[in-house]
Design a protein around this ligand. Structure first.
Ligand code: ZN
Length: 313
């Protein structure tokens, strides 16, 4: 557990929050709902839990409350957030921000990053998955394992072993996008033996869920349209991602003036920041690790967060 202190704000990031051990996917890397409830109790006892509006007031006034604070953020629009998180936080009269990519709300596709999580959940033999990647890289790209510049991949990680990181890096960003999508799809269909659309409907919140959250005073923010690495795509493409997501949220009436953005994969560059200024986004969240304090409060478009795991005992 990290050390916390007064006059600091901890933006906490969550992904999967569900009953994992008893589920069909017991090896999924996520937070058990029981642990989540304990963590929320701990936060309630020791911190101010801020609403999005509270947080924006702090950003604007640049006055950080003396008592240490928490802002709860939930990425990727999982059904978990509707099924477990939302009723629990509502019961406790707490606030949170939800960042769902538009593609997931439309409920027909599963994001590659999540396909990879479920591949890793189902097939615990990492060598077997790597072997499949190499077989399909050879088949689709005509490239052998030794031509894939594996030595250029950084396999350091805060949470995963080297082979798991290698699988994630290869399928998330190392291989050219066209091929990595093809390879991920192939391995997902072989290992999961499921229909992508059905799987997507179970995995993600639908439009009415998002609208319900918003109507019950939870905040919705943008996590882009297609969940791409913004730092690696053109300015035009980035602007399209942001604009299309804002338009969608406007259309379903969950967009107000206090709108924030959470970068998919935490990825951004100088162009991203220009676009956020143009669209008058109040603040944006990265996956850089740290607290918000007087040292960085002015950098409202690149705020750091902590992972829920950083608050585990
Ligand atoms: Zn995400």
């Amino acid at each position: 557990m990290i050390k916390t202190k007064n006059k600091e704000i901890y933006i906490v990031m969550y992904h999967y929050v569900r009953e994992i051990k008893k589920s069909k996917y017991p090896n999924l890397k996520g937070l058990e709902f029981e642990e989540f409830k304990k963590q929320i109790n701990y936060f309630q006892k020791n911190f101010n839990i801020l609403s999005n509006d509270n947080f924006i007031e702090i950003i604007k006034s640049k006055k950080i409350p003396k008592k240490k604070s928490i802002l709860l953020t939930f990425d990727d629009g999982f059904k978990d957030h509707y099924k477990y998180v939302y009723p629990h936080l509502q019961k406790k009269k707490l606030f949170a921000n939800f960042y769902a990519p538009v593609l997931t709300i439309k409920n027909s596709k599963v994001l590659d990053v999540h396909k990879i999580h479920f591949i890793l959940e189902k097939e615990l033999n990492r060598d077997k998955i790597l072997k499949m990647i190499f077989i399909y890289a050879k088949k689709f790209m005509g490239k052998n394992q030794d031509q894939l510049s594996l030595n250029k991949i950084n396999t350091k990680s805060r949470y995963d072993d080297k082979k798991t990181v290698l699988i994630k890096r290869l399928l998330q960003n190392h291989l050219p996008i066209f091929y990595r999508e093809k390879i991920t799809n192939k391995i997902f269909s072989l290992i999961l033996d499921t229909n992508e659309e059905q799987f997507s409907k179970k995995l993600y919140m639908k439009k009415s869920n998002i609208v319900e959250l918003y109507k019950n005073n939870f905040s919705i923010g943008s996590h882009g349209y297609n969940h791409l690495w913004w730092g690696k795509i053109s300015k035009t493409k980035q602007e399209e991602e942001i604009k299309k997501s804002l338009n969608y949220f406007k259309k379903i009436k969950v967009l107000n003036n206090n709108f924030s953005i959470c970068f998919p994969y935490g990825s951004y560059n100088a162009n991203t920041l220009k676009i956020l200024k143009k669209y008058k986004i109040e603040y944006a969240l990265t996956t850089n690790v740290g607290a918000v304090n007087y040292g960085n409060i002015k950098e409202n478009l690149t705020l750091p967060r902590f992972d829920t795991n950083d608050f585990k005992n």
